[in-house]
Design a protein around this ligand. Sequence first.
Ligand SMILES: [Zn+2]
Ligand SMILES: [Zn+2]
Ligand SMILES: [Zn+2]
Length: 414
Amino acid sequence: MIDIEQVSNDQQTVTIRLQAEGVTRGGVKFPKKVYVKPLWSDEQGQQIINFCPGCYAIHNISRSQCHCQVNLHKVKLYADPIVERSYQALVAPRTITQSFEIIERMKGTTTVRGSSVQAKRVIFEQQRGYHILLQGQNNQFVFDALYDAPVQYSIPTKGIAWKLAEVVRQVLQDNNLCQRVGNIVVEGHHKELNEELVLHTASHLLHRAIAAVSGVNEQELEYWFNLTTPDTPSEIVVWERYEGGAGISEVFENVLRNNPVKVYRELLASVLCPVDLAENPNWISADDLSSELTQRWCLSPNDELVVRVVQEAAAERQLQSQQQNEEDRNMMCRPPQGHDGCPACIHTTYCTQRDDQDLNVSRLVGESILSCLVRRLSREEAEALINEAMTQHIAPPHILNAAPVQGEFDVLIL
Ligand SMILES: [Zn+2]
Ligand SMILES: [Zn+2]
Ligand SMILES: [Zn+2]
Protein backbone atom coordinates (compact mmCIF):
# COMPACT_ATOMS: atom_id res chain seq x y z
CA MET A 1 0.00 0.00 0.00
CA ILE A 2 1.29 3.41 -0.92
CA ASP A 3 0.50 6.75 0.65
CA ILE A 4 1.02 9.91 -1.32
CA GLU A 5 3.10 12.32 0.69
CA GLN A 6 3.80 15.27 -1.52
CA VAL A 7 3.80 16.44 -5.12
CA SER A 8 6.74 18.68 -6.06
CA ASN A 9 6.02 22.23 -7.24
CA ASP A 10 7.05 21.45 -10.81
CA GLN A 11 4.78 18.35 -10.75
CA GLN A 12 7.74 16.21 -11.83
CA THR A 13 8.04 14.06 -8.74
CA VAL A 14 5.73 12.76 -6.11
CA THR A 15 6.96 11.37 -2.83
CA ILE A 16 5.26 8.19 -1.71
CA ARG A 17 5.44 6.05 1.38
CA LEU A 18 5.41 2.28 1.20
CA GLN A 19 3.32 0.68 3.94
CA ALA A 20 5.59 -2.09 5.06
CA GLU A 21 7.01 -3.84 8.07
CA GLY A 22 10.75 -4.03 8.37
CA VAL A 23 13.71 -2.03 9.49
CA THR A 24 14.86 1.35 8.23
CA ARG A 25 18.58 1.89 8.45
CA GLY A 26 20.63 4.77 7.06
CA GLY A 27 17.59 6.19 5.28
CA VAL A 28 16.90 2.91 3.48
CA LYS A 29 13.99 0.57 4.12
CA PHE A 30 14.45 -3.22 4.24
CA PRO A 31 10.88 -4.52 3.99
CA LYS A 32 9.93 -7.89 5.45
CA LYS A 33 6.25 -7.61 4.72
CA VAL A 34 4.50 -5.25 2.32
CA TYR A 35 0.83 -4.33 2.62
CA VAL A 36 -1.23 -4.21 -0.54
CA LYS A 37 -4.65 -2.75 -1.07
CA PRO A 38 -6.77 -3.99 -3.99
CA LEU A 39 -7.87 -1.37 -6.48
CA TRP A 40 -10.94 -2.04 -8.65
CA SER A 41 -10.40 -1.38 -12.31
CA ASP A 42 -12.63 -1.52 -15.40
CA GLU A 43 -14.79 -4.49 -16.37
CA GLN A 44 -13.08 -4.78 -19.77
CA GLY A 45 -9.82 -5.89 -18.15
CA GLN A 46 -7.89 -2.91 -19.54
CA GLN A 47 -6.62 -2.02 -16.06
CA ILE A 48 -8.08 1.45 -16.15
CA ILE A 49 -8.18 3.26 -12.83
CA ASN A 50 -8.99 6.72 -11.52
CA PHE A 51 -6.22 9.26 -11.09
CA CYS A 52 -6.22 12.63 -9.32
CA PRO A 53 -4.50 15.35 -11.41
CA GLY A 54 -4.14 17.43 -8.23
CA CYS A 55 -2.49 15.16 -5.69
CA TYR A 56 -1.61 12.20 -7.98
CA ALA A 57 -3.50 9.72 -5.80
CA ILE A 58 -5.03 6.70 -7.51
CA HIS A 59 -8.53 5.42 -6.79
CA ASN A 60 -11.08 2.76 -7.68
CA ILE A 61 -12.74 3.08 -11.08
CA SER A 62 -16.12 3.74 -9.45
CA ARG A 63 -15.06 6.89 -7.60
CA SER A 64 -15.51 10.30 -9.20
CA GLN A 65 -13.85 12.75 -6.82
CA CYS A 66 -10.60 12.68 -4.85
CA HIS A 67 -10.50 13.36 -1.11
CA CYS A 68 -8.79 16.62 -2.13
CA GLN A 69 -12.04 17.58 -3.95
CA VAL A 70 -10.54 17.40 -7.44
CA ASN A 71 -12.41 15.54 -10.19
CA LEU A 72 -10.72 12.32 -11.18
CA HIS A 73 -9.44 11.27 -14.62
CA LYS A 74 -9.71 7.74 -15.95
CA VAL A 75 -6.19 6.67 -16.90
CA LYS A 76 -4.00 3.78 -17.85
CA LEU A 77 -0.80 3.70 -15.78
CA TYR A 78 2.59 2.70 -17.16
CA ALA A 79 5.21 2.33 -14.45
CA ASP A 80 8.87 1.37 -14.72
CA PRO A 81 10.85 0.78 -11.55
CA ILE A 82 13.81 3.10 -10.91
CA VAL A 83 16.43 0.61 -9.83
CA GLU A 84 20.04 0.74 -8.73
CA ARG A 85 22.12 -2.27 -7.86
CA SER A 86 25.37 -3.10 -6.15
CA TYR A 87 27.26 -6.23 -5.25
CA GLN A 88 29.86 -7.42 -2.86
CA ALA A 89 32.05 -10.52 -3.10
CA LEU A 90 32.07 -12.47 0.19
CA VAL A 91 34.91 -14.76 -0.89
CA ALA A 92 37.83 -14.17 -3.24
CA PRO A 93 36.57 -14.71 -6.81
CA ARG A 94 38.04 -17.69 -8.64
CA THR A 95 39.57 -16.98 -12.07
CA ILE A 96 38.18 -19.01 -15.00
CA THR A 97 39.76 -17.32 -18.02
CA GLN A 98 41.78 -14.18 -18.51
CA SER A 99 38.75 -11.92 -17.98
CA PHE A 100 36.07 -14.09 -16.36
CA GLU A 101 35.75 -15.05 -12.71
CA ILE A 102 33.18 -16.96 -10.73
CA ILE A 103 32.16 -15.51 -7.36
CA GLU A 104 30.98 -18.44 -5.30
CA ARG A 105 29.67 -16.38 -2.43
CA MET A 106 28.46 -12.86 -2.97
CA LYS A 107 25.74 -10.47 -2.00
CA GLY A 108 23.61 -8.90 -4.70
CA THR A 109 21.69 -5.82 -3.65
CA THR A 110 18.83 -4.12 -5.44
CA THR A 111 17.63 -0.67 -4.41
CA VAL A 112 14.29 0.53 -5.73
CA ARG A 113 13.98 4.32 -5.54
CA GLY A 114 10.47 4.35 -6.96
CA SER A 115 8.96 4.27 -10.43
CA SER A 116 8.89 6.49 -13.45
CA VAL A 117 5.22 6.75 -14.26
CA GLN A 118 3.12 7.75 -17.21
CA ALA A 119 -0.59 8.19 -16.60
CA LYS A 120 -2.43 8.41 -19.91
CA ARG A 121 -6.04 9.54 -19.99
CA VAL A 122 -8.57 7.29 -21.63
CA ILE A 123 -12.18 7.58 -22.67
CA PHE A 124 -14.77 4.83 -22.92
CA GLU A 125 -15.99 4.25 -26.47
CA GLN A 126 -19.60 3.06 -26.21
CA GLN A 127 -19.70 1.64 -29.73
CA ARG A 128 -16.49 -0.36 -29.48
CA GLY A 129 -17.07 -1.32 -25.88
CA TYR A 130 -13.61 -0.47 -24.62
CA HIS A 131 -11.40 2.45 -23.53
CA ILE A 132 -9.17 4.31 -25.97
CA LEU A 133 -6.23 6.61 -25.18
CA LEU A 134 -6.79 10.34 -25.53
CA GLN A 135 -4.09 11.97 -27.68
CA GLY A 136 -2.13 15.13 -26.88
CA GLN A 137 0.28 16.29 -24.20
CA ASN A 138 -2.49 17.59 -21.92
CA ASN A 139 -3.82 14.11 -21.63
CA GLN A 140 -0.77 12.58 -20.11
CA PHE A 141 1.01 12.99 -16.81
CA VAL A 142 4.67 12.01 -16.66
CA PHE A 143 6.36 11.96 -13.27
CA ASP A 144 8.63 10.02 -10.94
CA ALA A 145 6.98 8.45 -7.91
CA LEU A 146 9.80 8.19 -5.38
CA TYR A 147 9.70 6.44 -2.02
CA ASP A 148 10.38 8.66 0.98
CA ALA A 149 13.04 6.08 1.85
CA PRO A 150 14.39 3.83 -0.94
CA VAL A 151 13.53 0.14 -0.59
CA GLN A 152 16.35 -2.36 -0.61
CA TYR A 153 16.74 -6.12 -0.66
CA SER A 154 19.86 -8.28 -0.78
CA ILE A 155 20.39 -11.94 -1.51
CA PRO A 156 23.36 -14.17 -0.86
CA THR A 157 24.07 -15.78 -4.22
CA LYS A 158 26.63 -16.68 -6.89
CA GLY A 159 27.69 -14.74 -9.91
CA ILE A 160 30.03 -14.24 -12.82
CA ALA A 161 32.38 -11.25 -13.01
CA TRP A 162 33.80 -9.92 -16.25
CA LYS A 163 36.96 -7.80 -15.93
CA LEU A 164 36.88 -5.26 -18.70
CA ALA A 165 39.49 -2.61 -17.95
CA GLU A 166 41.58 -3.44 -21.02
CA VAL A 167 38.56 -3.74 -23.33
CA VAL A 168 37.18 -0.41 -22.11
CA ARG A 169 40.54 1.23 -22.75
CA GLN A 170 40.68 -0.11 -26.31
CA VAL A 171 37.07 0.76 -27.18
CA LEU A 172 37.39 4.32 -25.88
CA GLN A 173 40.49 4.88 -28.02
CA ASP A 174 38.58 4.20 -31.23
CA ASN A 175 38.06 7.69 -32.68
CA ASN A 176 36.03 6.46 -35.59
CA LEU A 177 33.60 4.72 -33.23
CA CYS A 178 33.49 7.81 -31.04
CA GLN A 179 32.40 9.89 -34.02
CA ARG A 180 29.81 7.41 -35.26
CA VAL A 181 28.25 7.10 -31.81
CA GLY A 182 28.41 10.87 -31.23
CA ASN A 183 26.47 11.53 -34.44
CA ILE A 184 23.45 9.67 -33.11
CA VAL A 185 20.82 11.99 -31.67
CA VAL A 186 18.11 10.60 -29.43
CA GLU A 187 15.34 13.09 -28.70
CA GLY A 188 17.75 16.00 -28.85
CA HIS A 189 20.55 14.32 -26.89
CA HIS A 190 23.79 13.23 -28.52
CA LYS A 191 24.82 9.72 -27.63
CA GLU A 192 28.24 9.73 -26.00
CA LEU A 193 30.99 7.13 -26.10
CA ASN A 194 32.20 6.82 -22.51
CA GLU A 195 33.05 4.14 -19.96
CA GLU A 196 29.46 3.84 -18.79
CA LEU A 197 28.16 3.22 -22.31
CA VAL A 198 30.77 0.49 -22.80
CA LEU A 199 30.07 -1.22 -19.47
CA HIS A 200 26.30 -0.98 -19.72
CA THR A 201 26.43 -2.45 -23.24
CA ALA A 202 28.77 -5.22 -22.07
CA SER A 203 26.38 -5.96 -19.17
CA HIS A 204 23.60 -6.65 -21.64
CA LEU A 205 25.90 -8.90 -23.69
CA LEU A 206 26.89 -10.95 -20.66
CA HIS A 207 23.44 -11.02 -19.07
CA ARG A 208 21.90 -12.45 -22.22
CA ALA A 209 24.80 -14.79 -22.94
CA ILE A 210 24.66 -16.40 -19.48
CA ALA A 211 20.90 -16.86 -19.79
CA ALA A 212 21.23 -18.40 -23.26
CA VAL A 213 24.20 -20.63 -22.41
CA SER A 214 22.62 -22.01 -19.25
CA GLY A 215 19.09 -22.17 -20.65
CA VAL A 216 17.36 -19.90 -18.12
CA ASN A 217 15.15 -16.88 -18.57
CA GLU A 218 16.96 -13.52 -18.43
CA GLN A 219 14.60 -12.59 -15.62
CA GLU A 220 16.40 -15.03 -13.33
CA LEU A 221 19.62 -13.02 -13.51
CA GLU A 222 20.57 -9.50 -12.48
CA TYR A 223 23.43 -7.37 -13.71
CA TRP A 224 25.38 -4.40 -12.51
CA PHE A 225 28.66 -2.74 -13.41
CA ASN A 226 31.24 -0.72 -11.53
CA LEU A 227 32.99 2.16 -13.20
CA THR A 228 36.74 2.47 -12.60
CA THR A 229 37.74 3.98 -9.29
CA PRO A 230 41.26 4.55 -7.98
CA ASP A 231 40.91 1.24 -6.06
CA THR A 232 39.01 -0.99 -8.47
CA PRO A 233 39.22 -1.54 -12.21
CA SER A 234 35.95 -1.58 -14.15
CA GLU A 235 33.98 -4.81 -14.10
CA ILE A 236 30.55 -6.28 -14.63
CA VAL A 237 28.82 -8.84 -12.45
CA VAL A 238 25.80 -10.94 -13.38
CA TRP A 239 24.28 -12.82 -10.47
CA GLU A 240 21.54 -15.36 -9.92
CA ARG A 241 18.27 -14.29 -8.36
CA TYR A 242 18.20 -17.38 -6.18
CA GLU A 243 19.35 -17.52 -2.61
CA GLY A 244 22.61 -19.45 -2.57
CA GLY A 245 22.55 -19.70 -6.38
CA ALA A 246 20.87 -22.36 -8.52
CA GLY A 247 23.87 -23.71 -10.40
CA ILE A 248 23.64 -21.24 -13.29
CA SER A 249 27.10 -19.76 -12.68
CA GLU A 250 28.64 -23.24 -12.60
CA VAL A 251 27.00 -24.17 -15.90
CA PHE A 252 28.41 -21.00 -17.43
CA GLU A 253 31.88 -21.74 -16.03
CA ASN A 254 31.73 -25.22 -17.48
CA VAL A 255 30.82 -23.99 -20.96
CA LEU A 256 33.47 -21.27 -20.77
CA ARG A 257 36.08 -23.96 -20.12
CA ASN A 258 34.87 -26.63 -22.49
CA ASN A 259 33.11 -24.80 -25.30
CA PRO A 260 34.23 -21.15 -25.34
CA VAL A 261 32.95 -20.70 -28.90
CA LYS A 262 29.45 -21.19 -27.56
CA VAL A 263 29.93 -18.26 -25.18
CA TYR A 264 31.46 -16.17 -27.99
CA ARG A 265 28.49 -17.00 -30.24
CA GLU A 266 25.97 -15.95 -27.57
CA LEU A 267 27.81 -12.68 -26.92
CA LEU A 268 27.83 -12.06 -30.65
CA ALA A 269 24.12 -12.87 -30.92
CA SER A 270 23.25 -9.56 -29.20
CA VAL A 271 25.38 -7.64 -31.68
CA LEU A 272 24.56 -9.21 -35.05
CA CYS A 273 21.19 -7.57 -35.59
CA PRO A 274 18.98 -8.78 -38.44
CA VAL A 275 17.26 -5.38 -38.56
CA ASP A 276 20.55 -3.46 -38.76
CA LEU A 277 21.93 -5.89 -41.33
CA ALA A 278 18.79 -5.61 -43.45
CA GLU A 279 19.19 -1.82 -43.36
CA ASN A 280 22.84 -2.10 -44.44
CA PRO A 281 23.10 -1.40 -48.18
CA ASN A 282 26.54 -3.03 -48.51
CA TRP A 283 25.40 -6.54 -49.42
CA ILE A 284 23.24 -7.89 -52.20
CA SER A 285 22.99 -11.65 -51.91
CA ALA A 286 22.73 -13.79 -48.81
CA ASP A 287 26.05 -15.36 -49.83
CA ASP A 288 27.74 -11.94 -49.73
CA LEU A 289 26.46 -11.37 -46.23
CA SER A 290 27.43 -14.84 -45.08
CA SER A 291 31.01 -14.48 -46.26
CA GLU A 292 31.29 -10.99 -44.79
CA LEU A 293 30.13 -12.20 -41.35
CA THR A 294 32.26 -15.32 -41.55
CA GLN A 295 35.40 -13.32 -42.25
CA ARG A 296 34.76 -10.54 -39.82
CA TRP A 297 33.96 -12.80 -36.88
CA CYS A 298 36.24 -15.76 -37.74
CA LEU A 299 33.40 -18.28 -37.78
CA SER A 300 32.69 -21.02 -40.30
CA PRO A 301 30.05 -20.37 -43.02
CA ASN A 302 28.08 -23.29 -41.56
CA ASP A 303 28.13 -21.87 -38.08
CA GLU A 304 24.62 -21.97 -36.63
CA LEU A 305 24.67 -18.29 -35.66
CA VAL A 306 25.87 -17.12 -39.09
CA VAL A 307 23.25 -19.27 -40.85
CA ARG A 308 20.45 -18.00 -38.60
CA VAL A 309 21.41 -14.33 -38.78
CA VAL A 310 21.77 -14.41 -42.58
CA GLN A 311 18.32 -15.99 -42.93
CA GLU A 312 16.73 -13.48 -40.58
CA ALA A 313 18.43 -10.51 -42.25
CA ALA A 314 17.29 -11.67 -45.71
CA ALA A 315 13.71 -12.13 -44.46
CA GLU A 316 13.79 -8.74 -42.75
CA ARG A 317 15.06 -7.05 -45.91
CA GLN A 318 12.25 -8.60 -47.91
CA LEU A 319 9.76 -7.28 -45.39
CA GLN A 320 11.32 -3.81 -45.48
CA SER A 321 11.24 -3.68 -49.29
CA GLN A 322 7.52 -4.45 -49.22
CA GLN A 323 6.93 -1.56 -46.84
CA GLN A 324 9.28 0.78 -48.70
CA ASN A 325 6.49 2.47 -50.63
CA GLU A 326 4.60 3.52 -47.54
CA GLU A 327 6.27 6.95 -47.35
CA ASP A 328 10.00 7.11 -46.58
CA ARG A 329 10.72 4.34 -44.18
CA ASN A 330 12.85 5.25 -41.20
CA MET A 331 15.83 3.17 -40.17
CA MET A 332 15.01 1.19 -37.06
CA CYS A 333 18.46 0.23 -35.80
CA ARG A 334 21.13 1.49 -38.17
CA PRO A 335 22.59 4.94 -37.41
CA PRO A 336 22.44 7.82 -37.89
CA GLN A 337 18.63 7.66 -38.27
CA GLY A 338 18.32 4.51 -36.22
CA HIS A 339 19.43 4.75 -32.63
CA ASP A 340 22.15 2.10 -32.86
CA GLY A 341 20.34 -0.71 -31.11
CA CYS A 342 16.84 -2.18 -31.01
CA PRO A 343 14.86 -4.99 -29.36
CA ALA A 344 16.21 -7.41 -31.98
CA CYS A 345 19.76 -6.88 -30.72
CA ILE A 346 21.14 -5.07 -27.67
CA HIS A 347 17.95 -3.89 -25.94
CA THR A 348 16.42 -6.02 -23.20
CA THR A 349 13.20 -5.98 -21.22
CA TYR A 350 15.21 -6.34 -18.02
CA CYS A 351 17.30 -3.19 -18.43
CA THR A 352 17.61 -0.97 -15.37
CA GLN A 353 16.91 1.93 -17.73
CA ARG A 354 14.34 0.23 -19.84
CA ASP A 355 12.91 3.32 -21.51
CA ASP A 356 16.26 5.00 -22.08
CA GLN A 357 18.15 2.21 -23.78
CA ASP A 358 18.57 4.22 -26.98
CA LEU A 359 21.01 6.45 -25.10
CA ASN A 360 22.48 3.96 -22.65
CA VAL A 361 23.50 1.00 -24.77
CA SER A 362 25.00 0.78 -28.24
CA ARG A 363 25.13 -2.02 -30.79
CA LEU A 364 28.22 -0.45 -32.39
CA VAL A 365 29.99 -0.48 -29.03
CA GLY A 366 28.92 -4.12 -28.61
CA GLU A 367 30.59 -4.91 -31.92
CA SER A 368 33.72 -3.11 -30.83
CA ILE A 369 33.80 -5.06 -27.52
CA LEU A 370 33.50 -8.35 -29.41
CA SER A 371 36.30 -7.30 -31.79
CA CYS A 372 38.60 -6.89 -28.79
CA LEU A 373 38.05 -10.56 -27.89
CA VAL A 374 39.52 -11.92 -31.13
CA ARG A 375 43.14 -11.29 -32.03
CA ARG A 376 45.20 -12.34 -35.06
CA LEU A 377 48.47 -13.72 -33.72
CA SER A 378 51.59 -15.48 -35.00
CA ARG A 379 52.22 -19.08 -33.96
CA GLU A 380 54.73 -17.96 -31.32
CA GLU A 381 52.36 -15.40 -29.86
CA ALA A 382 49.47 -17.87 -29.74
CA GLU A 383 51.63 -20.52 -28.10
CA ALA A 384 52.96 -18.08 -25.57
CA LEU A 385 49.40 -17.10 -24.56
CA ILE A 386 48.35 -20.74 -24.21
CA ASN A 387 51.42 -21.59 -22.10
CA GLU A 388 50.83 -18.58 -19.92
CA ALA A 389 47.25 -19.74 -19.23
CA MET A 390 48.57 -23.22 -18.34
CA THR A 391 50.95 -21.84 -15.74
CA GLN A 392 48.18 -19.66 -14.29
CA HIS A 393 45.82 -22.68 -14.20
CA ILE A 394 43.17 -20.87 -16.19
CA ALA A 395 41.28 -21.99 -19.29
CA PRO A 396 43.49 -21.28 -22.34
CA PRO A 397 42.51 -19.06 -25.29
CA HIS A 398 40.77 -20.86 -28.14
CA ILE A 399 42.00 -20.91 -31.73
CA LEU A 400 39.07 -20.01 -34.01
CA ASN A 401 40.96 -20.16 -37.31
CA ALA A 402 44.41 -21.41 -38.12
CA ALA A 403 46.40 -20.74 -41.28
CA PRO A 404 49.62 -22.53 -40.30
CA VAL A 405 51.28 -21.96 -43.69
CA GLN A 406 50.94 -18.19 -43.37
CA GLY A 407 51.63 -18.53 -39.66
CA GLU A 408 48.38 -16.73 -38.75
CA PHE A 409 46.03 -17.71 -35.97
CA ASP A 410 42.74 -16.03 -35.01
CA VAL A 411 42.56 -16.50 -31.28
CA LEU A 412 39.50 -16.04 -29.06
CA ILE A 413 40.62 -14.56 -25.77
CA LEU A 414 37.83 -14.54 -23.22
ZN1 LIG B 1 -6.38 14.40 -5.02
ZN1 LIG C 1 19.13 -3.88 -33.72
ZN1 LIG D 1 20.51 -2.03 -19.23
